[in-house]
Design a protein around this ligand. Structure first.
Ligand code: ACO
Length: 313
């Protein structure tokens, strides 16, 4: 038994915050942000307009369920990846379960920051291969604007809000070919959020940048080698959307062509666990990622955590 993504969906908040808007809020410039990150704008959730982490995730999930042709009663596992939940508990997965009217089933959150979606995909793949689930929902949903320090210009300009979701179902043909996960807690101090008392996201951007570039190229190559594939066998590389310079450096290490790289960071910013499913949904709905293609997802994030997922879409 294998698992396969059978539907994708996403939700982006209405409010757009451009680099030019940020120029009016702090000592920064469109040119600096664009050159250092590739980001031009990001979305900002407005909870008063019902754009909570739970509701954004619920809408993304509904869209994925519609595309997959599954109903709430079919869902037998829900995993949510988020580092910015509305509540510490209950889990966002349980709140989305209630909002969607999904009957009782396992529902829990995963905390792997920006790697959360790939961690969730790996977990669901293993539930399905073990015969413990048949139709699962995986949702990445974030309101990073709530947890960044708006007085720290080196971090707040990077992040954005949104949600992406997938329906993953048991399948006789392989969809998720393999997943590889890792973490190294020795680097935890480079990127953290204190909950006691509640602080804001703290990051040593430069160190994260160097670690990310070194790691992303090598984990992509390891995953391909384990599956006896080469970078040239891939139709798409879908990296975590943190910074276009990190993406470019990874692509150079792989000797890959930029026109096969999924990029949405210019308009979404870094949406943490939502970044990969948001980008995936956009490319699927535009007909760019199609059935049968080889797609490699890769992520890194606080922890440090990292992961890859190789798909035959
Ligand atoms: N506008 C203008 N100037 C700025 C800004 C800003 N928004 N932010 C910093 N600067 C200044 C700094 O003060 C510094 O000035 P100085 O030279 O006078 O001291 C100068 O720009 C250079 O600062 P650096 O931090 O060295 O800039 P760098 O080129 O490293 O870019 C950045 C910073 C964009 C944060 C980069 O390090 C980066 O992208 N790192 C990776 C971060 C990342 O991807 N994090 C996500 C991890 S995933 C997760 O799990 C959340």
């Amino acid at each position: 038994m294998f698992s396969r993504i059978t539907g994708t969906g996403s939700y982006l908040p209405q409010k757009i915050l451009t680099n030019f808007d940020l120029e009016k809020m702090m000592d920064t410039s469109h040119a600096w942000i664009l050159e250092r990150t590739g980001i031009e704008e990001r979305r900002i959730a407005e909870p008063e307009k019902n754009e909570t982490v739970t509701m954004m995730g619920k809408i993304a999930a509904e869209r994925a369920m519609e595309q997959a042709g599954v109903k709430a009663k079919d869902i037998d596992l829900i995993i949510v990846a988020t580092c910015s939940p509305d509540l510490v508990f209950p889990a966002t997965a349980c709140m989305i379960q209630e909002a969607l009217n999904v009957p009782p089933c396992p529902a829990f959150d995963i905390q792997a920051v920006c790697s959360g979606f790939v961690y969730g995909l790996s977990t669901i793949d293993q539930f399905i291969r073990a015969g413990s689930a048949k139709t699962a929902l995986l949702i990445g949903t974030e309101a990073m604007s709530r947890i960044v320090d708006w007085n720290d210009r080196s971090t707040c300009i990077l992040f954005g809000d949104g949600a992406g979701a997938c329906v993953i179902q048991a399948s006789e043909a392989p969809g998720i070919l393999r997943t590889d996960l890792g973490a190294d807690g020795r680097y935890g101090n480079l990127l953290y959020l204190n909950n006691n008392p509640l602080g804001s996201l703290s990051m040593q951007g430069n160190s994260i940048f160097k670690l990310a570039v070194n790691m992303l190229g090598s984990i992509a190559n390891d995953t391909l080698a384990k599956q006896n594939l080469k970078a040239s066998d891939l139709d798409w590389l879908l990296p975590h959307q943190a910074n276009s310079r990190i993406i470019q450096a990874t692509v150079d290490k792989l000797g890959f062509s930029m026109d096969k790289v999924v990029t949405t960071v210019h308009k979404h910013g870094n949406t943490s666990a939502a970044s990969i499913p948001l980008a995936l949904d956009e490319y699927v709905r535009e007909g760019r990622i199609v059935k049968g293609q080889h797609v490699l997802l890769e992520a890194f994030g606080g922890g440090l955590t990292w992961g890859t997922a190789l798909l035959k879409y």
